[in-house]
Ligand binder design. Structure first.
Ligand code: CO
Length: 182
């Protein structure tokens, strides 16, 4: 496994659309291992291949908490096949936009499909943080960053300060003030 450099804004590669993976071979598995190592080192809970400069539709996610056993999820060619009608707002960060965070509305529940690291089909229902991270990473594959989805232009700032800002706003605008980076 090799730790790679994470591209940051305004690198134009981050705005490009990634290409589907044709076959999950040894090269793709090596890429997934490198992505995982890079994400753990950052540290982050999600990473798309484009963030290390590879325009392939691959994402890695690990939502395990510090000290818990690692639970990496690899998704090749992810597709979001259905979305709940309800949306939730939550603070997001991105390894490609270090030090910043913003409040973003996402679908509360989704169903997604894709392939795992052995090329087997995955069909999954997700909600909460998993649903949010899949939507965030899926956006990366479309060249979209969370800053395009802020609930309000004021809902973006330095991570250390934005939480205080939102604490002073009405409670219903925000579900909680946890911070995630993906
Ligand atoms: Co991101």
């Amino acid at each position: 496994m090799t730790q790679k450099k994470i591209l940051t804004i305004p690198d134009p590669v981050l705005r490009k659309v990634s290409e589907p993976v044709k076959i999950v071979n040894a090269e793709i598995k090596k890429l997934m291992d490198d992505m995982l190592e890079t994400m753990y080192a950052a540290p982050g809970i999600g990473l798309a291949a484009v963030q290390i400069g590879i325009l392939k539709r691959i994402i890695v996610i690990d939502l395990s908490k510090e000290g818990e056993k690692k639970k990496p999820i690899f998704i090749v060619n992810p597709e979001i096949i259905s979305k709940s009608s309800d949306l939730v707002s939550y603070e997001e960060g991105c390894l490609s936009i270090p030090g910043m965070s913003g409040l973003v509305k996402r679908y509360k529940k989704i169903k997604y499909e894709g392939f795992d690291m052995n090329g087997n089909i995955i069909k999954k229902e997700a909600e909460g943080l998993e649903a949010r991270v899949v939507q965030h990473e899926y956006d990366h594959l479309m060249g979209i960053l969370y800053t395009s989805r802020l609930v309000d232009e004021k809902a973006f700032g330095f991570s250390e300060e934005i939480e205080d800002f939102w604490k002073n706003q009405s409670k219903d605008k925000k579900d909680n003030n946890e911070f995630i980076s993906s």
